[in-house]
Ligand binder design. Structure first.
Ligand code: ATP
Length: 237
C-alpha cells in the first residue's frame, strides 16, 4: 500500500520523562521532506528515546509530532510508511530469515510480498542465508536483516539507530553504499550515530541532541561555520 503524503517530520515541545527526570525536555525539530539528518549526542543524550517515540515504540509525555499534514501520529496507515532499525532485533528466532520477512510483509499489507522479500534479501546480501533460522544468525547478519525489514515496504520515513553496530568493515562499506541509494525525493531519513563522519558526504543535515534539546540543527554545508560542533565531531573520529 502506498500512502501519498509529505514526509516532513515536525516535532514540537516533546517531553519524555523517566522516573520524573526529563530525558527529552521541550525538544523541537523539523526534518524537511527528502532530507537525511544525522542525529548526534553523547551516551544517554536521548537519541534512542527520540527515535523510539517517532517509531511509535514509546510514548512521549507531552508534545506534538506531525508527518506532513497529518497531525494524528498514531494513525495506523502512517505507520505503514515508516521503517525502523533499532537496538532490538525484534525477530522470531525459530523462524528463518525469509519467514520473518514474510511475517512483516504481511503486517505491512504487501501484495507483492515474495518479490519484495527477494529484492530486499538481495539488497542486503542475505539471499544465501534466507533459509536459516534466526538463532543461527550472527549479530551483524541480524543487523542486515533489520535493514531488510525496514526497507521491504519502501517507506518514506526511515529511522536508523546506530545501524553500523556489529557490521564488519565490508558490511559497513556496503551500508554506506545502500544509504547513498536510499536517499530519494519524498523520503526523510533520521540516523543516530556516534561516529557520523563517514556519512557527512551523504547526509543533508546534522542535529545535535544535548540536555534534552536539539542545540544545533544545520545543513551539512554550514558545518564549517560551527566550531563547537566541528570540535565535537573531530573528537569522535
Ligand atoms: P546511547 O548513545 O548510549 O545509546 P542515547 O542517546 O540513545 O544513548 P537513550 O538510550 O535514549 O540515550 O537514553 C536516554 C536516557 O534515558 C538515559 O539516561 C537512559 O538511562 C534513560 N532511559 C532510557 N530508557 C529508559 C527506561 N526504559 N527507563 C528508565 N530510563 C531510561
Amino acid at each position: 500500500m502506498t500512502i501519498s503524503c509529505s514526509s516532513q517530520i515536525t516535532i514540537q515541545g516533546l517531553i519524555k520523562r523517566y522516573h520524573f527526570r526529563p530525558v527529552l525536555d521541550q525538544l523541537s525539530l523539523t526534518l524537511d521532506d527528502s532530507s537525511f539528518c544525522l542525529l548526534i549526542g553523547a551516551n544517554g543524550a536521548g537519541k534512542t528515546t527520540l527515535l523510539r517515540i517517532l517509531a511509535g515504540l514509546a510514548r512521549a509525555d507531552e508534545g506534538e509530532i506531525s508527518i506532513g499534514a497529518n497531525h494524528n501520529f498514531s494513525d495506523h496507515l502512517l505507520r505503514l510508511n515508516l521503517g525502523y532499525v533499532g537496538h532490538e532485533p525484534m525477530f522470531y528466532n525459530d523462524l528463518t530469515a525469509v519467514e520473518n520477512l514474510r511475517h512483516y510483509a504481511h503486517l505491512y499489507l504487501l501484495t507483492d510480498a515474495e518479490e519484495k522479500i527477494n529484492q530486499t534479501l538481495h539488497l542486503t546480501g542475505l539471499s544465501q542465508y534466507q533459509g536459516q533460522p534466526l538463532r543461527t544468525f550472527s549479530r551483524g547478519m541480524q543487523q542486515r536483516l533489520s535493514l531488510a525489514r525496514a526497507l521491504i515496504h519502501n517507506p518514506s520515513i526511515l529511522l536508523l539507530d546506530e545501524p553500523y553496530t556489529s557490521l564488519d568493515p565490508l558490511a559497513a562499506k556496503f551500508l554506506d553504499n545502500q544509504l547513498h541509494g536510499l536517499q530519494k525525493p519524498g523520503r526523510t531519513i533520521l540516523l543516530a550515530a556516534h561516529r557520523p563522519q563517514r556519512l557527512l558526504p551523504i547526509a543533508t543535515h546534522i542535529a545535535w541532541l544535548k540536555a534534552g534539546k536539539i542545540c544545533q540543527h544545520l545543513p551539512i554545508e554550514q558545518l564549517a561555520e560551527c566550531p563547537e560542533l566541528n570540535h565535537y565531531l573531530q573528537e569522535r573520529v
